[in-house]
Design a protein around this ligand. Structure first.
Ligand code: NAP
Length: 279
């Protein structure tokens, strides 16, 4: 029986067991996918034990993505471009890794927008690990100008510095002016996650044909997406990114390329809805 995991700390919030469990059942695969709570001080040993563990591989989530990058014996081009690893497998007793977040982000936009790849300018809010994956996806898709706005300007500078002349760094308070010129606006910050309060960035000056997306998916409609919808802009939520980033790992471990479709989305939305009602 093929076994896979998601390792995080904490990990109870992860939707990956339900997501992979759904595909295992749909494809009648006698495999398993389990959540493993691995504290940071045990993570290096966890990786070292992996080749003998009986797992075909697994996912890593917060806070282990950068540590997994450092600890993998082999990394592909996606992992190197993003500086993080979220998908592991073993090969000849070596732990190998990739990062599927850029793929997941782009595949989600492909599902909902026929023309985002031909857009010129994108505005990315945030400069953390997820922003790096998003900027990589935007460069790969061929967008010619990417502006990054972040609360801590030094982090925006460092991120822009990794990607060359198409990418520039800005202060978060310049967001309204930057939004005027953006065809695609992406929130990659945890602002608005899980009902966190905070000021919602104003989209008043955004172009009326701008496409707005958020990679946070709890709540599904973040305050930022709600503001975009009220302003009449087209929006795409972040759940599809989570679903799509899981596809390459499942295919690698279990040998079947699974589909991201409406029944899967409905299944996960029901779980999120159930969780939101728990005290
Ligand atoms: P991270 O590395 O910790 O970066 C967090 C970013 O959010 C930084 O740019 C930070 O700004 C900004 N930020 C946090 N609180 C803020 C506030 N109150 N005001 C303004 N900016 C604030 O985190 P990450 O790994 O990039 O993840 C970011 C989010 O993406 C998380 O919510 C995560 O769950 C989500 N995510 C979703 C998917 C998906 O599949 N949909 C995949 C990956 C991540 P500073 O630099 O100023 O601190």
């Amino acid at each position: 029986m093929t076994k896979a995991f998601v390792a995080g700390w904490p990990v109870a919030h992860s939707l990956s067991p339900q997501l992979h469990g759904y595909w295992l059942q749909r494809h009648a695969i006698a495999g398993s996918y389990q959540a493993m709570a691995v504290p940071p001080h045990d993570f290096a040993q966890f990786i070292a034990n992996l080749p003998q563990s009986g797992f075909a591989g697994g996912n890593v989530t917060i806070p282990h993505k950068e540590a997994a990058f450092s600890l993998c014996a082999a990394k592909d081009g996606e992992a190197l471009a993003i500086g993080a690893v979220n998908t592991l497998w073993t090969e000849n007793a070596r732990v190998c890794g990739t990062c599927t977040d850029s793929y997941g982000f782009a595949a989600n936009l492909d599902d909902h927008s026929g023309n985002w790849r031909t857009m010129q300018t994108a505005l990315v809010i945030g400069a953390g690990g997820a922003a790096r994956a998003v900027v990589h996806a935007l460069i790969k898709a061929g967008l010619s100008k990417i502006t990054i706005a972040n609360r801590t300007p030094e982090r925006a500078d460092s991120l822009a510095g990794l990607f060359g002349p198409k990418v520039s760094a800005h202060r978060l308070d310049t967001f309204p002016q930057l939004a005027r010129h953006a065809n695609l606006i992406i929130n990659t910050t945890s602002l608005g996650m899980d009902g966190q309060s905070g000021e919602v960035l104003s989209l008043d000056e955004a172009s009326s044909d701008a496409l707005v997306t958020d990679i946070v998916y709890v709540p599904l409609e973040t305050p930022f997406l709600a503001a975009a919808r009220l302003r009449g802009l087209k929006t795409i939520d972040g759940l599809g990114m989570l679903l799509h980033q899981a596809v390459p790992g499942f295919e690698r471990w279990f040998g079947v390329r699974p589909q991201v479709d409406l029944p899967l989305r409905a299944h996960l939305l029901a779980i999120l809805d159930h969780r939101s009602r728990q005290p």
